[in-house]
Design a binder for this molecule. Structure first.
Ligand code: MIG
Length: 831
């Protein structure tokens, strides 16, 4: 977009250089009309700020975590500018145009400014920023747009940009960062922004990756090669470009750096990794208890049921309908007795009904906790409870109050988790009962925040849900001390991953949306928010039996696995599509429960380093460019490649195999015609109930036994091993599944190793370390070989081995007493 379309007046530029002030970890460069600050803020992380005026103050509700400064930063005056070098990244700033260059350690360029940054008041219509008729941008910095253009390398992939539609590489698109309730057919391949705003990206080229986070909560936009293929335009209201730059050098390092800055993902309780059943329309305690009974009767695993808005009394958050849920505590107990958990929805729109028996509204108004119009009066708009008020989560006192609302109605009732919907936030123009309600933007000049720190809706909107999630999480921790909270959110900004899991909102029962969920969830993982899923079966419209079955097969690998559908759609429970589909769903869910020890280990990897559970192939194989554009298959952790059917009537599908040997998880047969070198295509069969799943060579995959729910303790821990020529290491991480004791070392760590020892294969299962003791169980070792092995010894003593020809597996079992075992296999070869 040209400057005269974007700005109300010809934009201002920095002008001549005035001074360069070098300090130990950074530099301040002053221009006649602008300032630039570049700093090394942490190992692998640089920060670049460009502003026309003073830099924006650090907000009390901001998302950044404290960082420890890097020891290796070198700052040099280079005459008319300065250079800041860290291991992995060099930033050069200076010159008359406020020029900036970002290079790798060997001088390879990531970004270079293309012309000076420009500032002027923005034309509201040019931004595509939803607003009400007659609304204008407020005066002051909120209405000032900064635009800075950069050159990009032709071959670099630009992954992620947060929650989006379309493919994983998002070059060629304009990407708006503005949370919005985009529902229905709004989720198509060309849709720009959805419910969440993650202004960040990862640039990848073979062997190297780099990342950036635009730390601006205001409305912002990336022109990622839409206008010019090799240009990146950054536009932000508020007048400041505040970029954190991540050195990589691998995609995993970039995600680690991002989540060091914005916070590590929460560790979910064990039940949250199990299966969740939901639908908008479950309307009474008896109906929900009967639902859980049906799962048990049909031997289909289940860990959680979700209560949508119908459990409330007239859509009043923190209430229960007295007729349909007459005894909330008794209801939750009945679900718990059946080994399942309850998650209840909470909407932020609080019914505007003061002094009529709804305490939440009374307090919100009495304390003045609501979002305010510029004249100080509370803002009102229509949502589910009709006319509503909205808590101002940018205020610490409001967050504390909100957290406290959960105590009596949810925590003490026994509810296990909270589902935060409509928190973009969303508002409608008239009551739903009129049948004609339409989504309506919030006024841009609404006031958020404490009196000393008031900010406009333009600055706070993107953070609204993240602050709500934080209030909920912290309140839950106060009222259920020692218990891991579980909060699900629809809207988010970076930082939300510390407190919330997320789903991708209102999709449709379409094959396109099934396929799209793969790049979407991969992008969420790279954006630092790995605990994500989409509504299995699709939300709007009716799934066909085939679509539902295939969606269960893909959902098996979602970090958050929930079946959910809208009010007026057909039944979508696993048994609702007939016996064949029910059998597929049962097989899939039994497999989900077998995967839980692996998923729990991956969740610990996420909590420690941000590592996503679902990983793009290019994340796991960053040197192999042929994997970079794969977004119809993915890795689950380091060991499994999943390639479920994404199209109707699919019997076989193509999958790009990264280098190395791959073994079919179900049959134990080699895949890819025995070739091991480059990435190469292979065909895999999409057998119903057994989605194509490949074991990587050197895998040390921890599995469990199928269970009705995580309320039943694990009775077997099984390690599935495949061999190759190199040594392989992994660590299984377990914990009690519900408490916060994992944070103080109450975990069990079991080191695994496999290696070739001359002609023999050797697997070492290390002694269990750490303060957590699992319940008594069997330990099984499942060796995937090309035929029955010769001799197998455990700790030097020959043992009997069961050979399972159907899976090409030799199996050894013993009571797991936590001590070290060394297993050697002679006369066995990799398949
Ligand atoms: O206006 O609570 O995305 O999951 O079932 C619709 C009813 C409100 C939107 C959520 C959806 C939920 C529905 N909600």
């Amino acid at each position: 977009m040209d400057d005269d379309e974007l700005f109300e007046t010809p934009p201002r530029t920095p002008g001549p250089l005035r001074s360069v002030r070098v300090a130990s970890s950074g530099v301040d460069v002053t221009y006649e009309r602008a300032r630039v600050r570049a700093e090394a803020v942490a190992p692998g992380i640089l920060r670049l700020r460009v502003s026309e005026t003073a830099f924006a103050p650090q907000r009390s509700w901001d998302v950044l975590r404290p960082l420890s400064p890097p020891a290796d930063a070198v700052v040099r005056d280079v005459g008319g500018g300065a250079e800041i070098a860290l291991a992995g990244l060099v930033l050069t700033v200076g010159g008359d145009d406020a020029a900036v260059a970002v290079d790798g350690p060997e001088g390879e360029r990531w970004l270079a400014s293309a012309g000076p940054p420009r500032w002027a008041r923005a034309r509201l219509d040019a931004l595509g920023l939803p607003h009400r008729d007659g609304d204008t941008l407020p005066p002051g910095a909120d209405g000032v747009l900064v635009r800075q253009d950069w050159t990009l390398n032709a071959g670099d992939r630009l992954w992620r940009f947060g929650q989006r539609t379309g493919g994983l590489d998002r070059r060629g698109r304009t990407l708006t960062n503005w949370t919005s309730d985009t529902f229905g057919i709004g989720h198509h391949r060309g849709t720009d922004n959805l419910y969440q705003a993650q202004p960040l990206f990862l640039a990848a080229r073979p062997g190297r990756a780099f990342g950036a986070f635009l730390h601006v909560s205001h409305f912002s936009r990336f022109d990622a090669g839409a206008t010019h293929p090799d240009r990146l335009g950054i536009e932000a209201l508020g007048g400041e470009v505040d970029l954190f730059l991540f050195a990589g050098p691998t995609p995993a390092d970039v995600v680690e750096q991002l989540t060091r800055l914005t916070g590590r993902p929460l560790l979910p309780p064990a039940w949250a990794l199990g299966f969740h059943q939901s639908r908008w329309g479950y309307a009474s305690a008896d109906e929900v208890v009967a639902l859980v009974d049906t799962f048990r009767d049909r031997a289909i695993p289940l860990d959680a049921v979700h209560l949508d808005i119908d459990y409330m009394r007239g859509y009043r958050s923190f209430t229960w309908d007295p007729e349909r849920f007459p005894d909330p505590k008794g209801f939750v107990r009945r679900v718990h007795d059946r080994g399942a958990r309850v998650v209840a929805i909470i909407d932020p729109g609080i019914k505007d009904e003061p002094f009529a028996g709804y305490r939440v509204a009374d307090e919100l108004l009495t304390y003045g906790h609501a979002l305010r119009n510029p004249d100080g009066s509370p803002f009102r708009g229509y949502v589910w409870p009709e006319r509503a008020l909205f808590p101002d989560f940018a205020r610490a006192d409001v967050r504390a109050w909100w957290g406290d609302q959960h105590r009596a109605s949810l925590v003490e009732t026994g509810v296990d988790g909270v589902w935060n919907d409509m928190n973009e936030p969303t508002v409608f123009d008239r009551p739903f009962t009129t049948g004609a309600a339409r989504n309506r933007p919030f006024p841009l000049d609404l006031r958020h925040g404490d009196p000393g720190e008031t900010a406009s809706h333009l600055e706070v909107r993107n953070l609204y849900a993240t602050l709500e999630g934080r209030a909920t999480f912290e309140g839950w921790k106060r009222h259920a001390p020692g218990v891991r909270p579980w909060v699900l959110t629809r809207s988010a900004y970076p930082g939300s991953q510390r407190t919330c899991a997320t789903w991708m909102g209102d999709n449709n029962s379409w094959w396109e949306h099934l396929a799209m969920s793969v790049p979407q969830l991969l992008s969420m993982g790279l954006s630092g928010s790995p605990h994500a899923g989409v509504d299995i079966g699709g939300f709007f419209e009716n799934a066909t039996p085939e679509l539902f079955a295939r969606w269960m097969e893909l959902g098996l690998f979602y970090p958050f696995m929930r079946d959910h559908t809208a009010l007026d759609t057909r039944a979508q429970e696993p048994w609702a599509f007939g016996e064949q589909v029910e059998a597929v769903a049962r097989d899939v869910l039994r497999m989900r429960y077998r995967l839980l020890p692996y998923l729990a280990t991956l969740a610990h990897e996420a909590a420690a380093r941000g590592a996503p559970l679902m990983r793009p192939m290019g994340y796991v194989f960053p040197d192999v460019e042929a994997t970079f554009d794969v977004d119809d298959a993915f890795m689950l952790g380091p060991w499994l490649l999943a390639a479920p059917a994404l199209e109707p009537r699919c019997r076989w599908r193509r999958v790009v195999l990264p280098p190395g040997r791959w073994v079919d998880f179900w049959t134990g047969l080699p895949v890819g015609a025995g070739r091991t070198g480059d990435a190469r295509p292979a065909l895999v069969e999409t057998t119903p109930g057994k989605p194509p799943l490949l074991l990587r060579q050197g895998a040390l995959l921890p599995l469990g036994n199928p269970r009705p729910s995580t309320a039943t303790p694990l009775s077997e821990l099984r390690i599935v091993a495949t061999f190759h020529e190199e040594r392989s290491d992994y660590e299984v991480i377990e914990d009690d599944g519900w408490s916060t004791a994992w944070q103080v070392g109450e975990v069990a760590r079991t080191a695994l190793r496999s290696q070739l020892d001359g002609e023999a294969l050797r697997v070492t299962i290390g002694a269990r370390q750490g303060g957590f003791r699992p319940a008594p169980r069997t330990l099984a070792l499942e060796l995937r070989l090309d035929g029955p092995p010769g001799r197998v010894e455990v700790d030097g003593v020959g043992v009997d081995v069961r050979w399972d020809a159907a899976r090409r597996a030799a199996e050894i079992r013993w009571e797991d007493d936590g001590s070290e075992r060394v297993v050697t296999v002679s006369g066995g070869r990799a398949p």
